[in-house]
Design a protein around this ligand. Structure first.
Ligand code: SAH
Ligand code: SF4
Length: 371
């Protein structure tokens, strides 16, 4: 048997095993890895793809992450925040297109005004949708009380990427101040989890100065934290950010894509029942990047439902696809496109992380650990 499957057959993968898999350069070996990950996905969570509609509802952010195009010190960005009515219109559109949930993503704001507005928004979305409609939040670092308020208002999932599990690398890609602190990020992630959310995290892949060992540690971090959902994708440079100056250190785009696919594949083998998103950043490198992500073991897509006039002001990185289109694509077109690559959408399913539901059953019916 080939060495890739021999490694994957083991009960536990060591860090060295993971490094070996992530370091593959041979196409046939990468194909073996991806085939293996797809078969793990098929038996653990099935091959159907869960959809969530992404709403990038505000680009106002207090932070200055060195990699991000909407960092507060980028004066070229026209700041916006969608009104509650505009957001509810997109939710209506999501419902019409048979989405079973949405992701509300935006810059990080911590004022009581903002956090109360989000609580009210969650309540309104719950009223406008059926009780099971899933709301995922991706609104950065907040107080434990805010996480609880949003959870009790009806949000079920939260995405907070750790960005990198290496504190040293975290310091290199963020300003050196209290607002951008690795331990605070980690504590927030733990609070999200303790509040009772289906908890998502992730990392950027191919950052300047990031080693394969860092990436292996990232996967082990995700496993150790017992995370339910993961969104990770290639780091893509943006000219109006400080990290752009280090672009000579970056891997070529196609290498970053392949490394990202191997990260997804190894994670699927490490954690068969979690949800893994195939991110837009993959599609930015090649048009069928998201489909490649699904083949490598991802099982979630987040089509962008942000109105076109706002989408062009939410550029975390350059060359974001489909900027002129109102919604990324009509749901039938997406379903047809996926069918051509052998994938099916799970319309009838809320797509909760099996990893999370299994854990919950084991704990008993209780919801939050903190109330
Ligand atoms: N403000 C929130 C959510 C919006 S940013 C937060 O930071 O958590 C969502 C994600 O976009 C970030 O977690 C980061 O991983 C990703 N991102 C930002 N800039 C990027 C870039 N240049 N390339 C790839 N991903 C990027
Ligand atoms: Fe703000 Fe998130 Fe961008 Fe950092 S990554 S600058 S927190 S939007």
């Amino acid at each position: 048997m080939d060495w890739v499957n021999e490694i994957a057959d083991q009960q536990e993968l060591s860090k060295e095993d993971i490094i070996r898999l992530l370091s593959i350069t041979d196409k046939a070996e990468q194909d073996d890895l991806i085939r293996r990950a797809y078969s793990v996905k098929a038996s653990a969570v099935g091959t159907k793809v869960y959809l969530r509609g992404l709403i990038e509802f505000s680009n106002q952010c207090r932070k200055n992450c060195l990699y991000c195009g909407i960092r507060s010190r980028n004066p070229k960005v026209q700041r916006y925040s969608m009104s509650v009515e505009e957001i509810l219109q997109v939710v209506e559109q999501a419902k019409k297109n048979q989405f079973t949930g949405i992701v509300l993503q935006g810059g990080e704001i911590q004022s009581p005004d903002f956090t109360n507005r989000i609580t009210g928004l969650i309540v309104k979305i719950k009223k406008a949708t059926d009780p099971d409609f899933r709301i995922t939040l991706s609104l950065g670092e907040q107080s434990l009380q805010t996480y609880k308020d949003w959870f009790h208002a009806g949000a079920q999932r939260y995405l907070l990427r750790i960005e990198t599990s290496s504190e040293a690398l975290y310091r290199k890609i963020h300003p050196d101040n209290e607002l951008h602190n690795y331990n605070t990020r980690l504590e927030c992630l733990e609070n999200v989890q303790k509040t009772g959310y289906q908890t998502g995290t992730g990392v950027m892949i191919g950052l300047p100065c990031q080693s394969i060992e860092n990436l292996a540690d990232d996967l082990l971090f995700i496993k150790h934290m017992d995370i339910d959902m993961v969104g990770m994708g290639p780091y893509l440079e943006h000219a109006d950010t400080p990290l752009y100056q280090q672009k000579e250190l970056l891997l070529p785009l196609l290498d970053r894509l392949n490394l990202s696919l191997r990260m997804i594949a190894v994670l699927r083998i490490l954690m068969p029942t979690i949800n893994i998103a195939s991110t837009t950043a993959l599609q930015t490198i090649v048009p069928f990047g998201r489909e490649l992500g699904l083949k490598a073991g991802a099982n979630v897509l987040m089509p962008n439902l942000t109105p076109a006039k706002y989408k062009s002001q939410y550029l975390l990185y350059e060359n974001k696809p489909c900027l002129e289109e109102e919604a990324d694509e009509c749901i039938d077109c997406l379903a047809n496109k996926l069918r051509m690559t052998g994938e099916e959408i799970a319309f009838e399913d809320y797509g909760d992380s099996k990893h999370f539901t299994k854990k919950h059953r084991a704990w008993g019916a209780g919801q939050a650990i903190f109330t």
